[in-house]
Design a protein around this ligand. Structure first.
Ligand code: BES
Ligand code: MG
Ligand code: ZN
Length: 489
């Protein structure tokens, strides 16, 4: 992957691929281009893509919706769509001209070009390592023409594209963690991957089963009992030099359930393999930490990832069993498949003990989230209006759709236990995502702003929504949002 910059005039050439927004219907005016191919835009379409060959250069053109009121995220989607065309035509060097990006309402040329390149780079992901004959990955080669741009603007553009390189690498890092099958992404392997992230400001600590027991993490330990794989509690602390000595951390918590068979309350067989993705919350948090490190953000951030399998071994927790979480609260396990909340509970208690200034947790927590919002939006739950506002703003910047959901005392009532303090299963039908969030809230210290984000619908198989996602598989959702959240704090 290389990006080079040219201030000279824009010229095509053999093996190059140019990209143009076709505002003047260029194709119509060129005898060498096939005007029959100019697509008509349907009502709700923002853009349409078509290719033409001219002067030994292949050119992909985009016809845009007239008002050109495009967001940066729209440009990412265009970049992702364009990537497929670039691959289809076996193009080599991609030529981009800043001039083509100076046409948008509400998006500066630099932001538009950054969005385009980010969508392009985000698309360049494929899990190869599980195949015996992995094909060598071709490197992308992008040439950006900046003539007419002031030197200060060129510097700004370069730094923004550098950021996009880091963004795409971190998202791909998270996607890979998600895509690897359960036997190749165990809690121990997940921990090793977290440890592989190198930064002088990052310290990674991994607790094993003995330590987890000693630390009274009864939820995480309880869920791990059905599995031969050792559970891990992963702690990643990022604290760059130059912060106030008494800085309070933002704490990110991610569910790292490397395979969820449901436990004794076993899941149906169909698509059970997809439960490899049940560690995507953890993957998002780890990916975000990588990005925070790479971009050297000036912030104190701690990531916590409780990690285990949820299987049905002889020692597995049984329906009705009672577990005791780290804060002493007792939980009746009425359904062993509602395990995410059990392992997150301990992590949230620990997050509160760290003196968090705010806590954000994420998990592929409930099937009910998929029913409520499908794969277009991540639902988030918080009682804190200020935090909700901040998350909404983050969503606009990151381009990831985050949607606020209700969280009230009614949901808490539904989680009361009949024998123990709490039950892991709601006593009333419906609102399964909200009651799960209400359960989690019981483990966060009062007065600490807290939000939970349920990515059950958005963590994988969301390709129909965003062109830059793989056709199926992990999306790396929230890496960008967590990063932007911390960056703009
Ligand atoms: N990991 C699942 C949630 C899930 C299901 C995510 C499908 C994505 C797609 C979670 O551990 C689970 O099994 N939740 C149960 C909870 C229920 C038993 C209260 C669910 O949603 O069915
Ligand atoms: Mg489950
Ligand atoms: Zn699960």
């Amino acid at each position: 992957m290389s990006i080079t910059y040219k201030s000279t005039a824009f010229k095509g050439g053999k093996d190059k691929h140019t990209f143009v927004f076709d505002l003047k219907n260029t194709a119509k005016n060129s005898s060498k281009m096939d005007s029959k191919n100019i697509p008509k835009l349907k009502n709700n379409e923002l853009f349409s893509i078509y290719s033409a060959a001219a002067d030994g250069t292949s050119t992909t053109l985009m016809k845009l919706k007239d008002n050109k009121n495009f967001s940066k995220e729209d440009l990412r989607v265009i970049g992702g769509r364009f990537y497929k065309e670039y691959k289809r035509l076996k193009s080599k060097t991609l030529l981009l001209n800043i001039k083509d990006f100076q046409i948008f309402n509400g998006t500066s040329d630099i932001d538009a070009l950054q969005g385009f390149v980010e969508g392009f780079l985000l698309s360049d992901y494929k899990l190869q390592e599980v195949k015996s004959s992995a094909t060598k990955k071709e490197t992308l080669d992008i040439e950006v023409h900046t003539s007419g741009l002031k030197p200060a603007k060129v510097t700004e553009l370069k730094s923004q594209l550098k950021e996009s390189e880091h963004v795409s690498q971190a998202v791909h890092f998270a996607r890979r963690l998600g895509d690897l099958p359960g036997n190749m992404m165990t809690p121990s392997i997940l921990a090793k991957n977290a440890e592989s992230i190198k930064s002088p400001a990052l310290k990674v600590t991994v607790w094993n089963k003995t330590k987890i027991k000693k630390e009274k993490m009864g939820g995480l330990l309880g869920v791990s009992l059905g599995s031969a794989e050792e559970p891990k509690f992963i702690i990643m602390e990022y604290k760059p030099k130059g912060l106030k000595a008494k800085s309070t951390p933002t704490v990110l918590v991610g569910k790292g359930l490397t395979f969820d068979a449901g436990g004794i309350s076993i899941k149906p067989s169909a698509k059970m393999d997809e439960m490899r993705y049940d560690m995507c919350g953890g993957a998002s948090v780890i990916g975000a930490m990588k990005l925070i490190c790479d971009m050297k953000l000036k912030a104190h951030v701690i990531a916590l990832i409780p990690s285990t399998e949820n299987l049905l071994g002889a020692s597995a927790v049984k329906p009705g069993d009672v577990l005791t979480a780290r804060n002493g609260k007792t939980i009746e396990v009425l359904n062993t498949d509602a395990e995410g909340r059990l392992i997150l509970a301990d992590a949230l208690v620990y997050a509160s003990e760290l003196g968090a200034k705010e806590i954000l947790s994420t998990a592929t927590l409930t099937g009910a989230m998929v029913v409520a919002l499908g794969n277009s939006h991540t639902g988030f739950f918080t009682r804190d209006d200020k935090l909700a506002e901040k998350i909404n703003e983050t969503s606009i910047i990151s381009g990831e759709n985050l949607w606020r959901m209700p969280l009230t005392d009614d949901h808490v009532s539904d989680m009361q236990g009949s024998y123990a303090d709490l039950s892991n299963l709601a006593s009333f039908r419906g609102a399964g995502s909200a009651t799960a969030a209400a359960f989690l809230e019981q483990f966060v210290l009062k007065d600490v702003p807290y939000a939970h984000l349920d990515i059950a619908g958005t963590a994988w198989n969301a390709s129909k929504r965003k062109s830059y996602h793989a056709s199926n598989g992990a999306t790396g959702v929230l890496v960008r949002s967590f990063y932007e959240y911390v960056k703009n704090a």
